[in-house]
Ligand binder design. Structure first.
Ligand code: XIL
Length: 355
């Protein structure tokens, strides 16, 4: 069918048949064909992976959650299951069940996987933070522990992860390298080390630096650009920039986001929006849902408008399972479907996005 259409288009061009010039402008819904039925269809149409964070318990226990996830998405990220505290709760004792389940489900459903995350300051195992704090783990040992962790985890999923968030949130909101056990004990070189180790463990995975507020925070943007330039100058394997995309409608939309994304992709990186959600101060109103829809759509427009942006992932697809109410007091309703998995205006707005 596609070939037939292309053939017809070629003939039309060749004989210079005047096209119905107004059709595209007056019927935007028909431009490039009908509106997709779901996000998976949209993903193929706009050639951007559309992903969601996945939580392990509902994936196992909730039929409707699983069915919706597998129908709608072409990419997934484990919301927590690949974090260090989850995979190595006791030193040397690994619990891969949750992470394995996410990867297995993705493979069965032709979804790519984002690995999240190898180096972070949060959700570290207790044995690690305590050992560092009481001095029983010194700097040299800590470096070895980090190296082993990266080789173990990235090695386990070698070939099964499209992209890894190698380092997460390593710059603070003032634009300084974040004060963490990594910076404090290992110095700033831990970032380059982490990328080199991840590349050795899984040579085909795209390796990302990922952060929040990176859509607009100038201090953080500039520091992150410097990190990327420095890594590239040292020929460290870094391939992608991840914008988490945690927005709230009580704040203005970050209108400079397209320019910011371009600053990074001009350095040769690919880009992804890795954790999109748009929270609101409760209660929900139709006006707030309309604003939320607009924010979701604008983020996807930004991705579609940048040739190097390849993925748009939401941080859960349903208000039934979202981190927002637990982390932002009085806020919620941050996802694209309600508790019953009914599409919200944001979902419909995403379906209208065109390349
Ligand atoms: C959040 C999860 O959604 C929660 O379930 C968990 O309790 C805390 O972490 N930035 C990130 C994500 O990179 O890993 C965080 O996920 C949200 C902020």
């Amino acid at each position: 069918m596609k070939r037939v259409l292309l053939g017809l288009a070629a003939i039309a061009l060749a004989v210079a048949v005047p096209l119905p010039a107004t059709a595209a402008q007056t019927h935007p819904g028909q431009h490039g064909g009908r509106t997709p039925d779901n996000l998976r269809e949209l993903s193929h149409k706009i050639k951007v992976y559309i992903g969601s964070a996945v939580a392990v318990t509902p994936l196992a226990d909730e039929e409707d959650y699983r069915r919706t996830l597998n129908r709608e998405f072409t990419h997934v990220t484990a919301e927590n299951a690949m974090k260090w505290a989850e995979v190595e709760p006791q030193r040397g004792q690994y619990t891969w069940d949750g992470a394995d389940a996410v990867v297995r489900n993705a493979q069965r459903n032709h979804q790519k996987v984002r690995g999240h995350t190898l180096v972070w300051h949060n959700q570290l195992p207790e044995w690690l933070t305590t050992g560092v704090a009481d001095g029983s783990i010194d700097a040299a040992e800590l470096r070895g522990i980090l190296r082993d962790h990266i080789f173990k985890e990235a090695g386990r999923y070698r070939g099964k992860i499209r992209a890894w968030d190698v380092v997460n949130e390593v710059v603070d909101d003032e634009g300084n390298l974040r004060n963490s056990i990594w910076l404090e004990k290992l110095g700033p070189g831990y970032i380059a080390d982490a990328f080199r180790w991840a590349h050795q463990a899984d040579p085909h995975a795209k390796l990302y630096i990922n952060d929040y507020n990176l859509e607009w925070n100038t201090a953080k943007i500039n520091q992150t650009l410097n990190i990327v330039k420095d890594l590239k100058a040292k020929r460290v394997p870094i391939h992608g920039i991840g914008f988490q995309g945690h927005l709230g409608i009580q704040y203005d939309y970050p209108a400079d986001f397209p320019t910011v994304m371009k600053q990074f992709t001009d350095l040769g990186l690919e880009a992804a929006i890795t954790e999109a959600d748009v929270r609101m101060v409760l209660p929900v109103t139709p006006e707030k849902l309309a604003t939320q829809a607009d924010y979701y759509k604008r983020m996807l427009d930004t991705c579609v408008d940048n040739r190097r942006c390849v993925e748009y992932t939401v941080w859960s697809f349903t208000d039934r399972h979202s981190w927002v109410p637990g982390w932002f007091e009085g806020e919620g309703a941050a996802t694209i479907m309600d508790e019953n998995l009914a599409p919200k205006p944001a979902y419909d707005a995403l379906l209208t996005v065109r390349r």
